[in-house]
Design a protein around this ligand. Sequence first.
Ligand code: UDP
Ligand code: MG
Length: 151
Amino acid sequence: MSNTERTYIMIKPDGVQRALVGKIIQRFEERGFKLIALKLTQPTEAHLEKHYADLAGKPFFPGLIKYMASGPVVAMVWQGLDAVKTGRAMLGATNPLASPIGSIRGDYALAVGRNIIHGSDSVENAEKEIALWFPEGVVQYTSVAEPWIYE
Ligand code: UDP
Ligand code: MG
């Protein structure tokens, strides 16, 4: 079975401050994904510069780092079938105004610079991000729901 794909999902400081943590976690749980790592953490600017290294040089980069370091984030790893692409679909587009109603950004955000959530954009980047945010590793366990979610 190909249900071992993993994605790195992070509720950004605005999502935490707006008390959307429970609702966001609920969406991933209800879809059928398995939570295999979770922590509330206050990231340093240096750590965020590594996370967003590909965007260094963009005009919005300094503001992005300040925003992301402005409060605690919820770092998570979710596992399941097509977790990366499906996770991105659940988030919506980078610009919340271009995000479909029913997506997380489409339901809870308006501005691109306050779009409440991050999700990995490829399996390769997901693995890099999981290693960066969870150097201690993730948790392995069998979910009792698995035979009811997968054939
Ligand atoms: N961002 C921004 N202005 C832009 C583009 C991106 O503030 O014009 C921020 C936004 O918070 C976005 C993050 O930078 O989520 C990372 O950008 P990316 O293109 O990777 O979008 P994502 O993968 O988060 O959809
Ligand atoms: Mg991105």
